[in-house]
Design a binder for this molecule. Structure first.
Ligand code: FRU
Length: 471
């Protein structure tokens, strides 16, 4: 049995041992074992495909495979058989990459073959870019792999850090961007082009790190959005600047190559997002709801670890990227409760509770707002907004976590007349969208008991709460 057959046999058996009540309701998790980055997000042959960095054998990162889902609507996903295992002599892991339909109608995967023959010996480590062709179910690695090696990197760049190609097709040519460690030891984004997707040529370095944005970069994405160009990167070892970036890893986006970076998520757990254009032309992004920093604290009893964010639709308003859950989420609603209330101090509101929901809270005349959720006794997560200080504070200190890597964030968001918040809550995670997705805060809740489902509000204004239950 080869490595891929072994993985397929293993996941078929062990995924059945995970009860659906032990998983989130509308967020994706690995068939079994470990999941990190979304890969190969694409529309091929009438279906959406999403792959993932995958170790079926344990809830910890190791020997990367590609897991695979398909979907008709970006909401309901089917587990497909694992797509790739690290089974060639040029790889010990199939690292992140992307997918496209090639000129011959094949589903083309481009990924990083990570090769670390003597475990953790940095000098021997090499990362190259490789291809696999498929029909949406089975994938065959290209016999002339690798198609891009360090020989096609700029002078002085490190062969051990060259990864995560994101491919696109434009005006008759293929292109990809990939992250690399350049001769200054820091991250950079390299661009390649090809006529046939087999023979690639380095063209330029579109962004370099001069020490301002962390160290190595990963998982670049480059796309057009509402007449602008967006580059997003995942940043390793980001230094805290006052209260900003204090969770160590972050995703930054640059619009039209501006010098100003926009963090795409100001919560705790969001990294390595990948976007695609859907069949209606929307730009949809999915991220890994975790970061490398926080991924070590896996509760022993978990049979899976790692979740994808809910798909978000992107748009640009006034030069800023907005993110909102895709509207198809409405097809998951099972009931809706609407309440208009005043909640001067720590009020629980009849009918407003739960752990799987999509809830919007609109505050009018609000100078101060505070919400506790996943609340039970002394367990809760708290989000507050104070108009005077213009700060949003997310506090996970009391969420039941045994290991606290980062448990609060303070973010200056400006002063709003009306304050609007939307929260997706799904057993093991939350995603909070402020003012129609101008700011987003995501976080995991692995250790918060599932019966902690209370929600409590305090505000000096009037609140309109619309709670859509899911599942
Ligand atoms: C980001 C990342 C990628 C790499 C993959 C390995 O989380 O480190 O750069 O391709 O994960 O699993």
């Amino acid at each position: 049995m080869n490595l891929l057959e072994k993985a397929r046999e293993y996941e078929t058996k062990h995924s059945k041992e995970i009860d659906k009540n032990e998983r989130p309701v509308f967020h994706l998790t690995a068939a079994c074992g470990w999941l990190n980055d979304p890969n190969g997000f694409s529309y091929y042959n009438g279906k959406y495909h999403l792959f993932y960095q995958y170790n079926p054998y344990s809830t910890h990162w190791d020997d990367m495979h590609w897991g695979h889902w398909t979907s008709d609507d970006l909401i309901h996903w089917n587990y497909e058989k694992a797509a790739m295992a690290p089974d060639e002599d040029y790889e010990t892991g199939c690292f992140s990459g992307s997918a496209i339909t090639d000129k011959d109608g094949r589903h083309l995967l481009i990924y990083t073959a990570h090769n670390e023959p003597l475990h953790r010996d940095a000098d021997l480590r090499e990362e190259t870019q490789c291809l696999a062709f498929g029909d949406g179910e089975n994938y065959r690695k290209y016999e002339k792999n690798p198609v891009v090696t360090f020989k096609e990197m700029p002078e002085g760049a490190y062969k051990g850090d060259f990864r995560d190609p994101k491919i696109w097709f434009e005006d008759g040519k293929y292109y990809f961007v990939a992250a690399a460690r350049l001769k200054n030891g820091l991250g950079g984004i390299l661009c390649y082009e090809s006529e046939d997707a087999l023979n690639w040529k380095y063209t330029d370095t579109i962004l370099t790190n001069e020490g301002r944005w962390g160290q190595m970069w990963e998982c670049p994405d480059l796309f057009k959005l509402d007449g602008h160009e967006v580059l997003s990167i995942s940043v390793m070892n980001m230094k805290r600047i006052d209260e900003s970036y204090r969770n160590g890893n972050c995703v930054l986006a640059f619009v039209d190559r501006s010098e100003t970076a926009q963090p795409l998520d100001v919560g705790f757990d969001y990294y390595a997002p990948q976007s695609m254009q859907d069949k209606d032309g929307r730009r949809i992004v999915i991220g890994w709801m975790q970061t490398p920093e926080s991924s070590g604290s896996v509760p022993d009893e978990m049979k899976w670890f790692g979740q994808m964010s809910f798909p978000r639709e992107l748009s640009i308003r006034n030069g800023r990227i907005y993110q909102e859950p895709i509207r198809e989420i409405e097809s998951l609603y099972t009931s809706t409760v609407v309440k208009e209330v005043n909640a001067p101090k720590a009020e629980r509101i009849d009918g407003i509770s739960g752990r799987t929901l999509d809830m919007t809270v609109e505050g009018r005349g609000t100078d101060f707002f505070e919400m506790k959720f996943v609340l039970k006794d002394d367990i809760f997560v708290k989000l507050s907004y104070d108009k005077k200080s213009e700060e949003l504070i997310l506090d996970r200190i009391n969420s039941g976590r045994s290991a606290s890597i980062c448990d609060y964030r303070r973010v200056k968001i400006g002063s709003y007349g009306d304050f609007k918040l939307r929260m997706l809550l799904d057993r093991y995670s939350f995603e909070i969208f402020i003012n129609d997705g101008e700011h987003v805060l995501s976080g995991t809740l692995y250790e918060t008991p599932q019966d902690a489902d209370g929600i409590e509000f305090s505000s000096d204004g009037e609140l309109k709460i619309t709670l859509n239950k899911i599942g």
